[in-house]
Design a protein around this ligand. Structure first.
Ligand SMILES: Nc1ncnc2c1ncn2[C@@H]1O[C@H](COP(=O)(O)OP(=O)(O)O)[C@@H](O)[C@H]1O
Ligand SMILES: [Mg+2]
Length: 291
């Protein structure tokens, strides 16, 4: 959702409110952390080739080519409706539940082809976890939210207990919940619920984490915690994140793909895209001149 602060004076979407293009660029450059410079030698974990996507007869993705590298954060940016969520959900076949939804082309996780009917979706979702825009804990205890999938997969009791703790620690939530694991997940704050959902997503030790605007419903402090967490998690996981917040993309991502009307207009290292975008459309978008 685009908040009022993201509308410029013409009432059009502007990633950083009413900042001028120059101010917007300057603020992005300040956020860029050279320490997270893209590692071009990291192996490609996810590779999309000539991926098209249709909702019924409406085509919404056109020839998507994108490499997403191991233990790097790839941020998907672009205006609302440009296809970011659709692309993200294609990676772990979340669009399967949409009647008439159809993808063609190729998308591989390592050498596992995701497009087509051959795929074992359960196995895919074990390898590729997902976190949504709104925290969506199960109506269960904090403990059971994380234990649930492990019970389904018949892990033994000790292992479940261990992994609940490690997952909560990895999600930077353990200290806040260790004394109330039996309490309902709904007793947690919004930010804590989102970290619980991240703990749940990593409980089965996936290789890839997909995140669709995971902090967009959160206050700035909770958002900061999620960003710090992402910076920790990328040491272990390959992360693909949709964000409408360009400062956030600059803070956490090594790579960036700019979606525009169902196509990737430009992709590359975040550093390069924010400092020296190759296309005018990208430049216009990141400097907030874009409706
Ligand atoms: N379930 C759906 N059924 C039909 N059209 C959809 C559905 N979800 C999204 N769309 C359309 O697909 C296009 C891309 O949407 P989306 O992937 O949500 O973009 P973004 O995440 O960049 O805002 C939009 O035109 C949107 O209206
Ligand atoms: Mg979206």
């Amino acid at each position: 959702m685009t908040s009022m602060t993201n509308l410029n004076t013409n009432g059009r979407y502007s990633p950083a409110g009413n900042m001028t293009g120059a101010a917007q660029r300057e603020s992005l450059v300040t956020e860029l952390r050279p320490v997270y410079e893209a590692n071009a030698t990291a192996p490609v974990k996810l590779q999309s080739r000539e991926l098209d996507f249709f909702y019924g007869t409406q085509q919404v993705l056109y020839g998507i080519n994108l490499d997403m590298r191991t233990r790097q954060v790839t941020a998907l940016i672009g205006p609302s409706g440009s296809g970011k969520t659709t692309f993200l959900r294609t990676i772990n076949r979340m669009n399967d539940v949409v009647p008439g939804a159809r993808a063609t082309g190729s998308l591989v996780v390592d050498d596992m082809e995701v497009i087509g009917s051959q795929i074992d979706v359960t196995l895919l979702r074990r390898r590729v976890g997902m976190v949504f825009q709104r925290a969506n804990p199960f109506p269960k205890s904090i403990f059971e939210n994380i234990a649930y999938a492990m019970r389904v997969h018949k892990y033994d009791r000790d292992e479940i207990r261990d992994r609940v703790e490690t997952s909560l620690r990895e999600a930077a939530l353990w200290d806040e919940v260790k004394d109330k694991l039996k309490k309902s997940a709904f007793a947690l704050s919004g930010g804590q619920q989102q970290r619980l959902c991240i703990a749940r997503a990593i409980a089965l030790r996936p290789e890839v984490l997909l995140m669709d605007e995971p902090a967009s419903a959160l206050d700035p402090i909770s958002t900061g915690k999620i960003e710090d967490l992402i910076i920790e998690l990328k040491k272990k996981y390959t992360i693909v994140i949709v964000t409408h917040n360009l400062q956030q993309a600059a803070r956490i991502s090594e790579y960036c793909a700019f979606f525009l009307e169902g196509r990737i207009q430009e992709s590359g290292s975040s550093m390069q895209m924010f400092l020296r975008p190759a296309h005018k459309e990208t430049e216009d978008f990141i400097t907030g001149r874009f409706g």
